[in-house]
Design a protein around this ligand. Structure first.
Ligand SMILES: [Zn+2]
Length: 139
């Protein structure tokens, strides 16, 4: 698979309005569907499919980046729990779904994909507000 075939390789450039921050080993973007408020994606800069393909130092640094983003989301959204999903069956390029979860949700406490939901899209101003708040927390 080359870069042009992989939507995650193109995502940073393709969805500029969702960009949050570039970290040493990953890009962080807001998820377009905000049914789960604060739903964030973190994906490796390089096209890599498995954690064990990474050099140990890179993997450790990447996990720090995941943890830092999760902590920022926890501080901003005050959820009951942060969910981390790293599957890659549909898009085999390492990417975490980092999702604040709330007891008040209809899907709580099941996984976010337990049943379908209506996607929630925000206004450009709202996307900016969410990305800017997270960017400031991570800068
Ligand atoms: Zn890729």
């Amino acid at each position: 698979m080359n870069m042009t075939d992989c939507q995650m390789c193109r995502r940073w450039e393709d969805e500029k309005d969702l960009q949050v921050i570039e970290l040493p080993y990953s890009y962080v973007t807001l998820n377009r569907d905000q049914f789960f408020p604060g739903y964030t994606l973190l994906f490796t800069k390089d096209h890599v499919t498995e954690l064990f393909h990474l050099d140990r130092n890179v993997r450790s640094a990447l996990m720090e980046e995941v943890s830092t983003v999760a902590e920022a989301l926890y501080t901003i959204y005050s959820p009951a729990k942060i969910n981390y999903e790293l599957l890659g069956n549909m898009v085999p390029h390492i990417h975490w779904h980092i999702v604040p979860r709330f007891v008040s949700e209809p899907l709580w406490p099941r996984p976010i994909w337990a049943e379908t939901h209506e996607e929630r899209f925000l206004s450009p101003e709202e996307y900016f507000q969410h990305t800017e708040t997270l960017r400031r927390a991570l800068s």
